[in-house]
Each structure stands twice: as C-alpha cells, then as structure tokens.
Write a new protein. Structure first.
Length: 428
C-alpha cells in the first residue's frame, strides 16, 4: 500500500453532499442520544433502591459502553474498508439501537453493562465511517464545516436525552428514557435506500463497473488517484501507513489530542448533571446544564467548522480547546446561575465541538484508502481516554474535595488537547 493520494478536487453536487450529511446526521443523532442518556439518567440510577450503585460503580457502567466503542472502532472501521462503508454503517446503527432496548429491560447492573458494551461496538464503529463518508462527499472548501454540521447531530442527540429525561424521569424513572433509544431503527430502511456507497472504496477494491455506475448516478467523476490494486487494508497495512516515518509524529499528536479531548467530553457527559446537583442545584436545573452543554456544542461544531475552513483548522482548534479548558476550570469559582450557564456553554464549545472537528481534521489528513480505518484506530485509542473519563469522574466524586476536583481535572485535559493539536505538523 504505497503512494496513496487523495482524489482530485472536483465539483460535488449539493444534493449529493446534502443527502450524505443528512443521513449521517440522523445516525449520529441516535448515537448522541445513546451516549448522552446515561448522564441524563445518572441521578435516577444512583437513587435506584434495587441496584444501590456507588458513584464509582455508576462510572464503571459508563465505561462499559466506551470499552465497546474502543473495540468497535478498531474492528468495524477496518471491516468497512473490507466489506463496504455503507453496509457496516447500517449494521452499527442497528446494533446500538437494539441494545438500548436491552438496557431498558436489564434486571441487574451486570446485564445492563453487557448491553451497553455490545451497543458500544456499534457506537465506536459508526463514527469513523460517518467521518469518511462526509469527508469524501464534501467539497474541499467545506469539509470541516460539513463535518461540523453532520456531527452536530451528536450534541443534539445529547440534548434530546436531557429533554426526554426531564420529561420521563419524574414520572417513569430511567427505564423509559433508555427505551426511547430504539426508535432510530425506523430510519434504517431510509438509509439503506438512499445512502451511496463510497466511491473511494469501490475504486480501491477494483469494482470499476459499480464505481462508474454510482458516479454517473451521483453526477461525479470516478476518483483517479486512488490506487485500485485490490490490496486489502488490513491491520498491519493500516498501521504501516499511519505510523510511517512521514506520519508517525502527526499520528501521535492526533491520538493524544483525541485521547484527552474525549476524556474531557465523556467525563462531563456522564457526570455534569450529578456534579451540578452536588453543587446545590435541583434535578431540573442539573439536567438543564447538560442541555446547555450539548446545545452549544452543536452550534459550536458548525461555527468552528466554518471558521476552520476560513482561517485554518489547526489554529481554530487550539483556540477552542483553550477556551474550553479555562471555562471548565472557572466553574470552580461558584458564580451565579447565569454565569455558570455561560461557562458550561463555552465548555461544550471547547470540548465536544473541538473534538469533533479534530476528528474531521484527522480524516482529511489521512490518505483516502486508510481514511476510515485510520480514523477508527485513532478513535479507538482515544476511547481509552473516553473510558477513563467516567471512571475518573466517579473516583473524584467519592473524594471529600467535592466538584472542584472534577473541574480542574477535565480542564487540564482540555489544555493537553490544545498542546497536542498545536504540535501537529503540516501534511507532507
């Protein structure tokens, strides 16, 4: 696998870009609900008289999902380069939606954790595939913006989880809040009908007739600079490319930036409502903080994507992570309710929004034949950070230092992400 080059720039019809972005947005919205629902339901889970969870055990339940995401990001993203991005995209959506029903039914924390782990396989696999499809079908000057727009579905999904929890938790507890997560199965036939397969994948596999037919249907030229050798991008060939001498330092920077960024994101997603409740806010206000966090991160992803396309993705990301780190640490100052809403809003901007654009930056940085698999490997490493976030939050929640230790820890993670992004070299 040598001399990989990105496809040449070409005009991509707006209808094609819009369709791919919309379908990926719907799936990522479902993913966001799945990942946000545990944080939204955390106060009720901790008060469940049958399960009697401690904060550390509750954090472990959150980490089961992220462990599944780590494995799914490695295996399913690689399978997408072997079997096709579209079919694996659909498999992932079905997997994590079905297991939400299982989690809602689970009679014990152990079975709950098992369903969350299995669902995590699909959650981890769908992200790099959506990144690869959105990047491929976006014009050169709008890749970061379109990725931010597509991945705003993640934050809107978290917002949806917070709103559903505010509605259902007081009347039905946490189980119906989990059960709502099966609804995305209804859009699977729509995605199967409308989502195009990756032209890059078809050409790389030597399936020229299918590539020509799809390109004609979409009004595109078949990519000419992707080698159609039929070589399988297996584990070792993917690693050889991303850790080649010209890419190794950049890979390390991306992996560290995503690791600390996702530690911050998933730590806050899981524990923000409970931290704010321990700080003296009632259940409704605590869930409102999660809603603000997710809503501003959705808008922030679009804004950061637009700014990144205009002034450069690297400087935009460094500034965003720094803003997020400062605002998270500033929550220790115990300001007014309005001040804390503003700080939480900016924290969402500088954590979720920045991390999703960093994923887009990585997908655009990688050579086309390893784009999905390479992004999946990076995100799988980053899942170790994501897995650590809920555990770290649970451990700190058990200490007598209170909420301040959580905010300092997650703020430090944002600072490390800023440094890692600053060190990424220009693509060779």
């Amino acid at each position: 696998m040598t001399n990989y080059q990105h496809p040449p720039q070409q005009h991509i019809p707006g209808r094609v870009t819009g369709l791919v972005v919309l379908l990926c947005w719907l799936a990522i919205f479902a993913e966001g609900y799945d990942l946000g629902v545990l944080g939204a339901a955390m106060p009720a889970l901790l008060e469940d008289p049958q399960w009697q969870l401690t904060p550390l055990k509750a954090g472990l339940l959150g980490s089961y999902t992220l462990l599944g995401m780590l494995i799914g990001g490695l295996t399913i993203s690689t399978l997408s380069e072997l079997r096709g991005r579209k079919p694996m995209f659909i498999v992932c959506l079905c997997l994590f939606s079905l297991t939400m029903g299982g989690a809602a039914w689970a009679p014990t924390p152990e079975i709950f954790g098992l369903f969350r782990f299995i669902g995590g396989l699909g959650l981890g696999g769908i992200i790099p595939i959506a990144a690869a499809l959105t990047t491929e079908y976006s014009p050169a000057g709008r890749k970061s913006f379109n990725y931010g727009l597509m991945y705003s579905g993640y934050s809107i999904g978290i917002l949806g989880a917070a709103l559903v929890a505010m509605w259902l938790l007081p009347v039905g507890g946490w189980r119906p809040v989990m059960g709502v997560g099966v609804i995305p199965l209804l859009i699977v036939p729509l995605i199967a009908w409308l989502m195009p397969e990756s032209l890059e994948f078809l050409v790389a596999k030597g399936r020229q007739a299918e590539a020509q037919a799809l390109a004609k249907k979409l009004g595109l030229a078949v990519p000419r600079k992707v080698e159609a050798t039929g070589a399988r991008p297996g584990i070792w060939s993917v690693l050889a490319e991303i850790f080649s001498p010209r890419n190794a330092f950049a890979t390390a920077c991306f992996w560290v930036g995503l690791f600390t960024g996702l530690l911050m994101v998933y730590g806050l997603n899981t524990w923000l409502p409970q931290i704010m409740r321990k700080s003296g806010y009632d259940l409704g206000s605590s869930l409102a903080f999660l809603a603000v966090f997710s809503l501003t991160s959705a808008a922030g992803g679009i804004l950061i994507g637009r700014v990144a396309d205009r002034i450069g993705v690297k400087v935009t990301l460094v500034a965003s992570y720094l803003i997020g780190a400062v605002c998270i640490a500033a929550l220790t100052l115990k300001g007014s309710l309005l001040t804390n809403y503003v700080l939480v809003a900016l924290a969402g901007f500088g954590s979720i929004s920045a991390s999703l654009i960093l994923t887009s930056y990585l997908a655009n940085y990688l050579a086309a034949p390893v784009r999905s698999a390479g992004t999946g490997w990076a995100l799988s490493f980053a899942r170790i950070g994501a897995l650590s976030g809920p555990l770290l939050g649970g451990y700190l929640a058990d200490l007598p230092m209170g909420a301040q230790s959580n905010f300092y820890a997650f703020g430090a993670a944002g600072l490390l992400s800023a440094v890692a992004v600053f060190l990424i070299p220009a693509r060779k």
